[in-house]
Design a protein around this ligand. Structure first.
Ligand code: BTN
Length: 251
């Protein structure tokens, strides 16, 4: 693919505070809004991550925010994060490149984070932010991170954008025609194996983390975890990287 899906429109900037923030300003201004508007920046000075974290944004990577019509169904907006994570794994499917999904919305390459996704509901719209590490960076992260280049896939930001947009258009159609169950099924094929041990950091939870065996997603995308105290349904939190992955997954 060499162009955005028909009707989509890119607004490219060299530098922005955050593509999500910029797209939200467009939504607030309310002019000519339609699905498929995508704001990109070569660098971000205040890139945002999940849970209030910063997203360090040097040049060479992809920083993009897509305007997506929010679903009518109440509570369904977070489903978009799974749609997007799948689209990213589709976009970069290549022999020898093992891309997996980490709950809720991360994409890993060989066990290390290569893509972060930040969907923000804004009235009738979702501002869907996607950051993909294309080039190696020295930024010390609190978790193992990698880039597509380090995994043998050289991709320029513009090519990454059109590949993701094409895959996103396909997954959006599937989400709307077949429902979230189809997305959850496809995500699960790229996600953790049922029974796998996971530790989840839950904001504000006493003790901070919950450990258990992965028991799939529920119909809303919540994480099901079988713990010593029974099955828990986790709506928000962060799956921690298994210590073994720090070594085995990255090397
Ligand atoms: C995460 O914490 O994993 C989510 C990171 C999301 C980063 C992307 S980069 C493009 C868009 N603009 C932002 O400020 N954040 C998202």
């Amino acid at each position: 693919v060499t162009a955005l899906p028909s009707g989509w429109r890119r607004i490219a900037h060299a530098t922005l505070d955050s593509t999500n923030a910029a797209l939200k300003r467009l939504v607030a201004a309310g002019e000519d809004l339609r699905e498929g508007i995508v704001v990109t920046a070569e660098t971000q000075t205040a890139g945002r991550g999940r849970q209030g974290r910063a997203w360090i944004s040097p040049p060479g990577n992809l920083y993009a925010s897509f305007l997506i019509a929010a679903p009518d169904r109440p509570g369904a907006a977070p489903e978009i994060g799974f749609v997007a994570a799948l689209a990213v794994t589709d976009a970069f499917a290549a022999p020898g490149l093992r891309l997996t999904c980490k709950w809720p919305n991360d994409v890993l390459a060989h066990g290390a984070k290569v893509c972060g996704i930040l969907p923000e509901l804004d009235g009738a719209w979702i501002v869907l932010g996607i950051g993909v590490n294309l080039r190696p960076t020295a930024a010390a992260a609190e978790y193992p991170a990698t880039s597509l280049a380090e995994r043998g896939l050289a991709v320029a930001p513009d090519d990454a954008l059109v590949a993701i947009a094409a895959a996103l258009a396909v997954r959006l159609r599937q989400w709307r025609s077949e429902g979230f169950a189809a997305i959850a099924l496809a995500w699960s094929a790229a996600g953790p194996v049922e029974g796998e041990s996971l530790s989840v950091r839950i904001p504000g939870a006493p003790g901070g983390t919950v450990a258990g065996a992965f028991a799939g997603l529920d119909a809303t995308g919540a994480l099901l975890l079988d713990t010593a105290a029974g099955r828990r349904r986790i709506l928000a939190g962060e799956v921690l990287f298994a210590p073994a992955l720090d070594h085995a997954g990255v090397g």
